[in-house]
Design a binder for this molecule. Structure first.
Ligand SMILES: C[S@@+](CC[C@H](N)C(=O)[O-])C[C@H]1O[C@@H](n2cnc3c(N)ncnc32)[C@H](O)[C@@H]1O
Length: 410
């Protein structure tokens, strides 16, 4: 009796296709199916996000993740951290995504699938105008696509530069720069090294030093949450960064991955420093109303880098107003300008994907995604689809996120 039944994946793709481990949700099955429908067989092997085997052949994504040797990278991490990254081996923890655990970061695998479904190809430019840790840029660059990341926070700028630069670096130079972690730590603690960055904007080694700086800022956060000191933790964090880059570089060379170009801009979505009609696709996620204070979250890092939080606060979406109604009004006012700017910089027929979720207890029942669709349509963007993504493992009242697809028709 059982023999007359077939697995869903077998029905959809045939028996010599397999989805990657951990592809469990319905929305992921949707994305896998749309990848299958959008890409040729060769492209499925080279670029797909959710396939492990295509006509019996292992995909590049599957191979890259396995070549990254996460057991070795996390040999000194705590048990919890190690399990977290191993669990996310194919979804969150690969390439350079794990370098700084940014709160509210995209699932990289989802972004890869979106780029495929939107048919963004090498030679195109994708923009994330509220880029956070530049997950979109890393995924685009991994597929040979050029990217522009814009974020108001200079700390996000730093994360974006490190995560994209280290996809394509000279590992020997990095090894030379980090040869004495103790000496580096003393400098970072005493000599106000950020001065170096202000004064040496064109130094070729700057990108390599920024890797060390990010590892130090990561350690600062880590130390404030644990009982260990910065002195003890820094060599471990730096070693993790270096081995992450080493194994990724080895994988990249083995698989001959061509890395796209990345441009990181510290600027505002409300006044995008990007040319009109120049962008092939936008994928972005704005602050979910006032659910997270991104400046407060990154306060130690921003202060260490010498930035004034109050000046940034005025322009930051979701951080103005008093009381829920006034806060929401100001939020939607800024989101309206953001949508207008996204439309202005996009080419005709370019797709715009916005990922957002509502904690409706916080917003007194106002559903952000409904209002965003309304504002976008008023700006003349065509609303295509709302793909619902459940949120797992978060003990709060936000159950789902919406992946909203729009097109700029003219
Ligand atoms: C949900 S997070 C984005 C996270 C990102 N998707 C990632 O994968 O790391 C929203 C981002 O919007 C940024 N942001 C808020 N107001 C902004 C503005 N006016 N211009 C540009 N970025 C802004 C915040 O700094 C924050 O990094």
């Amino acid at each position: 009796m059982i023999t007359k039944h077939k697995l869903i994946t077998e029905r959809l793709f045939g028996d010599n296709y397999q989805l990657i481990d951990g592809t469990d949700d319905i929305f992921e099955l949707d994305l896998a199916l749309w990848e299958y429908e959008s890409l040729s067989k060769k492209e499925l092997v080279d670029r797909s996000a959710y396939f492990k085997l295509v006509e019996g052949k292992e995909t590049n994504h599957y191979k890259t993740c396995n070549l990254q040797n996460l057991e070795e990278v996390h040999k000194n991490s705590s048990f919890r951290t190690k399990i977290f990254f191993l669990d996310g081996k194919y979804s969150t923890g690969y390439a350079t995504h794990s370098l700084f655990p940014y709160r509210g970061k995209f699932h990289p695998q989802l972004i890869r699938a979106l780029l495929n479904i939107l048919e963004v190809k090498p030679g195109n430019t994708v923009l994330d105008p509220m880029a956070g840790s530049s997950t979109v840029a890393v995924e685009a660059n991994l597929l040979g696509i050029d990217s522009i990341s814009v974020d108001l926070s200079p700390f996000c700028g730093l994360m974006g530069r490190v995560k994209t630069f280290s996809l394509d670096l000279d590992f020997k130079v990095l090894e030379y720069i980090v040869r004495d972690p103790k000496e580096i730590l003393e400098k970072l603690k005493k000599e106000k090294v950020p001065e170096y960055f202000k004064n040496n904007k064109d130094d070729k080694k700057r990108n390599y030093y920024e890797i060390v700086l990010l590892a130090f800022l990561d350690t600062m956060g880590f130390a404030s949450r644990s009982s260990s000191s910065i002195d003890k933790l820094f060599p471990r964090v730096l070693e993790r960064y270096i081995s992450t880059m080493k194994y990724f570089q080895e994988a990249r060379q083995k698989l001959d991955l061509k890395i796209g170009k990345s441009k990181i801009i510290e600027g505002s979505v409300l006044n995008l420093p990007v040319e009109e009609n120049s962008i092939d696709a936008i994928i972005t996620s704005p602050p979910y109303s006032f659910a997270i204070d991104y400046l407060k979250n990154d306060q130690p890092q921003l202060e260490y880098l010498g930035y004034n939080l109050e000046t940034l606060r005025e322009e930051m979406i979701g951080l103005q107003g008093r009381g829920v109604d006034n806060k929401l009004e100001m939020y939607f006012d800024k989101m309206n300008t953001a949508l207008k700017e996204m439309k202005r910089v996009s080419k005709k027929n370019a797709p715009i994907v916005i990922i957002i979720g509502t904690n409706d207890i916080q917003t007194n029942g106002v559903i952000l995604e409904t209002k965003i669709v309304e504002l976008a349509e008023k700006q003349g963007l065509k609303f295509e689809l709302d793909l619902i993504k459940p949120i797992r493992g978060l003990q709060n009242t936000m159950k789902n996120e919406s992946i909203l697809f729009f097109t700029k028709l003219k």
